[in-house]
Design a protein around this ligand. Structure first.
Ligand code: DGJ
Length: 750
C-alpha cells in the first residue's frame, strides 16, 4: 500500500509510484519532515537526516542543547520556540500570546481520501487508488488541535495536503495564518519557477535562482488573479523539460494566496503555500473547526514535463467529475468579438447559420443580452432579457439556434452589480464595503458580497430562473474586477477579516448548488480571461477562458505557460478576426487555427463575413479537430517542445499516450530574413517503429501526401521548418505503422 508506518520509530512513509514522502515523530514529540524525492525503501536509518545539533543564535528547547527547532526540518512549524523561519501557522490565544507548542497525539490511516466540507478538493472515487493519513497534533496549553491530512496515490507522484484546526478549549482564539502545507528542504541550490502575468498576458514562465532570503508570489486581488497563479516549483538548476528534479506546489483555491520559498542562514529552504495571511484572520470559538484548502504537491525526477503530466492526470481524473468529464467538448462560436454589445436576433442567427455550415457545435451569446446592458456601465444584476435586441426572448433564440443544429450557451456575470441597476437600487447593502469608506469601482461595477447567505441565495435563484428559460447547454461564468474594500457590514466586527475567505466559500457554495441543479450544463470559468485560472474553479467548471488575448502569437505563450500546471483540456481558445482586437496584429488564418485547436476550440468573429477560401479551410480544420485532434487534446499527453519565451517560435505535441497517434504544431513568432532552419525533435515515440506523416501547410507542400519516417529519426533528428515569416505555422499528423516493425533505419526509409 502507498502508506507504510514504522511503528517502533514512528516513521510515516508515503509512496507514489516513483516518489517517497517521509515524516517522523521526534523523541520530543515534534512532527519532523525527513524526505521528499525519488522513491526509497522504508528504513529507520533515514532518521539520521535530522540535524541533532544547535548553532550560535539558534536557541535550544530548554536545557537540551543537542538540537534546535531552528534546524529541525518540520511538517507544520510554528512560531516562538526558536524556529526563526517563516511559520506555517500563527494563532492568537485569548490571553494575548501566540507561542504554541503542538506535539504528536495520534494518527489514522484511511483507504481512499476523505472529502472536504465547503471546499473544492481532489476526489478519489475508488478507494484502491489512494490512501490517506491524518496526523493529529495538540497544543496542551491552549487545547488547539491541528490535524494534518495527507493523501498519496498508487498511480501518481502526488501528495495532497490540508490542515484542520479544532478548538477544544473553552476560550476563543484567532487564526492569523493557516497555510495548507510547508516543506523543509535540506539541500541547495534551487531555481524557482512561478507563473506571474497581467490581464491579457497571463502565466509567463519566470525562472529565477533562490538565494538567502525569501521570494514569494501572492494574490491580494480576492481572486487567484492575472498577476500571479497559485503554482510554485523548486527545481535543481540543471532541470529541463526532460531531466532533473522538480518539487511543485499548487493550491486548490480561488482567492488570495501566498506561496514562498525562504533560504535561511544555513541554506535550509522552507517552502509554503496557502491562504494569504494578509488581511485574514479567523475567529475560532470553542469547538469550532477551520479547514484549510488543499495543496497539491508533485515530485518529478524527470523534469518539468513529468511534473506537468502528474498535474494534468490528477486534474483530468480527480478534480471535476461532472457529466462533461469524459465527454468531448463542443466547438463553439462566441459572438463577443463579432458584435460586442451591439447585436440583433437576426445578426446572431446569421452567425449561427454560418457556424452550422462549418460544422461548429455550440453558439455562445456573450455579454449584452439583458436589461440596458448596451455597454459595461449598466445593468449587471438585472437578468431580464433585453427585448429590443431579442424581441422573442431567450427561449426562442435558443430554439432557433438549436434548429440550425447548434447547442446554445449563455454569458453571465453573477458576482457583480452595476451601480446603475435595479438590483443595486434595491440592495445597496449587498456589496462588499467598509463602513465610512467609499467603494472603489472596477469596470464600472461593484462586487456583490458573496459572504452573505441571502446574496448567495439570490444568485442561485436568479440564475436558476435564467437557466430554465431556455435550452441552455453551456454557461460562461465571468468575473471582471478585483475585490477591494474587503469588508462585510453584516459580519460581527470581530469577524470582518474573514470576508475575503468567506467570499470564496460563498462562491463555492453557489457553484456547488448550481452545478448540482444543472448537471447537463457545461460551465466555463472566466475572469477577464484567465484571472481566476486555478484548481478551485476547475472543481466546478471543467474549462476556463484562458485569456482575453486572442492573438495567436500571444496565445502561444499564454497556453504554453498555462500548460505547466493545467492540461490543454481545461483551456479554451478561439480563432478571432484580424487585425487582432487587443494588439492590432495580423496573424494568418492557419496560425490562428493551430493555436486555437491546441485547446478547447472555438471561434470569436463574424463567421457570416468569411471569404469562400476561409470557409473551405475552416471546414477542413474543424473536420480534422473532430476526427483527430480533439481526443488528443482532451485525453492525450501534451509535450512542450520549443519554448516561446526564449526562442522565436513555439512547438508542442499531442500524443495518445501510447505513441501511436501524434499531432505536432509549430508557430513562428518572430523570424529573420534568410532564416535559420528549425528542427523539432519529437518525444516518446517508438524508436523502432515507422510513422506515416502528413504535413499541413501551404498548398504547394502537397498536404495530402504522406511520408514515412522512423521513430528514432523523429526523436533524434526531428521534423524541420524554414520559418519564412512571422506567423508561419505548420502541423504534422503522425500515425504509427503497427504492421511492420523495422529492423534498422535503412528499412525505415525504403
Ligand atoms: C470579459 C471576458 O473575458 C470576455 O470574453 C467577455 O465575455 C467580456 N468580459 C464581456 O463583458
Amino acid at each position: 500500500m502507498p502508506i507504510e508506518i514504522d511503528r517502533d520509530h514512528l516513521i510515516f512513509h508515503l509512496n507514489g509510484p516513483d516518489s517517497s514522502y517521509v515524516m517522523a515523530i521526534t523523541p520530543q514529540g515534534y512532527l519532523a519532515h525527513l524526505y521528499w524525492g525519488k522513491r526509497l525503501a522504508a528504513s529507520p536509518t533515514l532518521l539520521r537526516v535530522l540535524p541533532l545539533m544547535s548553532r550560535p543564535f539558534s536557541v535550544t528547547r530548554e536545557r537540551d542543547s543537542s538540537w534546535s527547532l531552528d534546524l529541525l526540518p518540520q511538517e507544520y512549524p510554528g512560531l516562538g520556540h526558536g524556529d526563526l523561519r517563516a511559520p506555517a501557522y500563527q494563532v492568537l490565544l485569548d490571553d494575548g500570546t501566540m507561542v504554541l507548542d503542538p506535539k504528536y497525539q495520534t494518527h489514522r490511516v484511511m483507504a481512499g481520501k476523505p472529502t472536504l466540507n465547503q471546499l473544492p478538493h481532489i476526489r478519489v472515487e475508488s478507494s484502491e487508488m489512494a490512501e490517506s493519513l491524518e496526523i493529529e497534533l495538540e497544543d496542551s496549553y491552549s487545547q488547539l488541535h491541528i490535524t494534518l491530512l495527507y493523501t498519496v496515490f498508487t498511480h501518481l507522484d502526488v501528495v495532497v495536503r490540508s490542515v484542520r484546526f479544532v478548538n477544544h478549549s473553552g476560550h476563543s482564539m484567532r487564526i492569523l495564518r493557516a497555510l495548507s502545507a510547508t516543506v523543509d528542504f535540506l539541500e541547495h541550490p534551487w531555481d524557482i519557477i512561478s507563473l506571474p502575468g497581467a490581464w491579457g498576458r497571463e502565466r509567463v514562465i519566470q525562472r529565477s535562482p533562490l538565494g538567502q532570503g525569501m521570494i514569494s508570489a501572492e494574490s491580494r486581488c480576492g481572486i487567484s488573479s492575472h498577476q500571479a497563479n497559485p503554482f510554485w516549483a523548486m527545481l535543481s538548476p540543471d532541470t529541463t523539460e526532460e531531466t532533473g528534479e522538480v518539487f511543485a506546489f499548487n493550491l486548490v483555491y480561488s482567492g488570495n494566496f501566498l506561496v514562498f520559498s525562504e533560504m535561511d542562514q544555513y541554506h535550509q529552504v522552507r517552502s509554503g503555500i496557502g491562504i494569504n495571511p494578509l488581511d485574514f484572520s479567523w475567529l475560532l470559538e470553542p469547538h469550532e473547526t477551520f479547514q484549510t484548502p488543499e495543496a497539491v504537491l508533485v515530485y518529478s525526477d524527470k523534469g518539468l514535463e513529468t511534473m506537468s503530466w502528474n498535474f494534468h492526470a490528477l486534474y483530468g481524473e480527480h478534480l471535476n467529475q461532472g457529466q462533461w468529464q469524459h465527454r468531448e467538448r463542443p466547438i463553439v462560436i462566441n459572438n463577443w468579438e463579432a458584435t460586442y454589445f451591439s447585436f440583433t436576433e437576426e445578426k446572431l442567427l446569421d452567425i449561427a447559420k454560418a457556424a452550422a455550415n462549418l460544422g461548429i457545435e455550440l453558439f455562445v451569446l456573450d455579454d449584452g443580452w439583458f436589461a440596458q446592458r448596451n455597454d459595461d456601465r449598466h445593468s449587471l444584476g438585472d437578468y431580464e432579457v433585453n427585448l429590443e435586441k431579442l424581441p422573442r426572448g431567450l427561449g426562442v433564440l435558443a430554439e432557433e439556434i438549436n434548429r440550425r443544429g447548434l447547442a446554445f450557451g449563455l454569458w453571465v456575470e453573477p458576482e457583480m452589480v452595476s451601480p446603475d441597476s435595479d438590483l443595486y437600487r434595491q440592495h445597496p447593502d449587498w456589496c462588499l464595503q467598509v463602513s465610512h469608506r467609499a467603494s472603489s469601482w472596477g469596470r464600472n461595477q461593484l462586487v456583490l458580497d458573496l459572504s452573505r447567505e441571502d446574496v448567495q441565495n439570490w444568485i442561485i435563484k436568479t440564475l436558476s430562473k435564467v437557466f430554465q428559460k431556455a435550452n441552455i447547454a453551456y454557461v460562461k461564468w465571468d468575473m471582471n474586477r478585483s475585490l477591494t474594500e474587503m469588508g462585510s457590514p453584516w459580519l460581527p466586527e470581530k469577524r470582518r477579516q474573514e470576508t475575503a475567505h468567506r467570499y470564496v466559500l460563498g462562491l463555492y457554495r453557489i457553484l456547488d448548488v448550481l452545478t448540482g441543479l444543472f448537471p447537463q450544463i457545461l460551465f466555463e470559468g472566466c475572469s477577464g480571461g484567465g484571472g481566476r485560472f486555478d484548481p478551485g474553479i476547475l472543481y466546478y467548471m471543467p474549462q476556463i477562458w484562458t485569456s482575453d488575448t486572442t492573438d495567436a502569437a500571444e496565445r502561444a505563450k499564454i497556453q504554453y505557460g498555462t500548460s505547466v500546471v493545467y492540461p490543454p483540456a481545461v483551456m479554451t481558445a478561439h480563432v478571432s478576426g484580424v487585425p487582432n482586437h487587443q494588439l492590432g496584429r495580423i496573424m494568418p488564418w492557419d496560425a490562428r487555427h493551430w493555436m486555437a485547436m491546441s485547446a478547447n476550440f472555438g471561434y470569436e468573429l463574424d463567421l457570416a463575413a468569411l471569404t469562400p477560401n476561409e470557409r473551405t479551410e475552416a471546414i477542413e480544420y474543424i473536420q480534422f479537430y473532430k476526427n483527430t485532434l480533439r481526443k488528443l487534446v482532451q485525453w492525450g499527453r501534451f509535450s512542450r517542445l520549443q519554448d516561446p519565451f526564449t526562442t522565436g517560435g513555439v512547438s508542442w505535441m499531442f500524443s495518445d499516450g501510447e505513441g501511436n497517434e501524434i499531432v505536432v504544431i509549430y508557430l513562428c513568432l518572430r523570424t529573420e530574413v534568410n532564416s535559420i532552419r528549425t528542427w523539432i525533435k519529437l518525444r516518446h515515440l517508438h524508436p523502432a517503429a515507422r510513422y506515416h506523416i502528413r504535413c499541413f501547410g501551404e498548398k504547394q507542400e502537397a498536404q495530402d501526401s504522406w511520408v514515412v519516417l522512423g521513430g528514432d529519426e523523429l526523436m533524434s533528428v526531428g521534423l524541420s521548418v524554414w520559418p519564412g515569416y512571422d506567423g508561419f505555422a505548420r502541423a504534422w499528423h503522425l500515425i504509427r505503422d503497427k504492421k511492420r516493425v523495422a529492423p534498422d533505419s535503412n528499412d525505415l526509409l525504403s
